[in-house]
Design a protein around this ligand. Structure first.
Ligand code: ZN
Length: 160
């Protein structure tokens, strides 16, 4: 187990397209474990492998403490039409926040660490986290999609 360095948006690796995982090797298991430690240390709700410099389609999400989803080769298979405006941030874009439009509900299909496929339906924060983390796998940051970024004054008001 190790805490990995989280890349920031200045580093080009964050813009790469991640490769699918063909086989769940001990390296992938170690990556998942290290990502979990790193996420907890950073107090985040989600982390994608490219954020720690590994261009593989691996994501972890924990919007509810103790309920960690590990997603290998995740694909969104359904999403609601409904769009909501939400405040979004990213561990790779420290100190900044933006307003984004995201579906209210998404359904994702992914593999767990045992190689079993599962589907997960997420609403609200979980839906946003799924969309946000999966975007990382294609080199997309929420700042690319944000309707607008918060001003310094607005961030101060948030107390962040
Ligand atoms: Zn992010």
């Amino acid at each position: 187990m190790a805490i990995l360095k989280i890349l920031t948006d200045k580093e080009p690796a964050l813009r790469g397209i991640s490769r699918s995982v063909d086989a769940i090797t001990p390296r992938i298991i170690t990556l998942l474990d290290d990502m979990k430690d790193t996420l907890h240390k950073a107090n985040g709700v989600g982390l994608a492998a490219p954020q720690v410099g590994v261009l593989r389609r691996v994501v972890i999400i924990e919007t509810e403490a103790g309920k960690l989803y590990e997603m290998i080769n995740p694909v969104i298979i359904e999403k609601s039409e409904e769009i909501q405006h939400e405040l979004e941030g990213c561990l790779s874009v420290p100190g900044r926040w933006g307003i984004t439009e995201r579906p209210k509900k998404v359904k994702v299909k992914a593999m767990d660490r045992n190689g079993n496929y599962y589907t997960l339906e997420g609403t609200d924060l979980l839906a946003i986290a799924i969309c946000h983390e999966l975007d990382h796998l294609d080199g997309i940051l929420y700042t690319d999609k944000a309707i607008r970024m918060l001003t310094k004054e607005e961030i101060e008001e948030l107390g962040e």
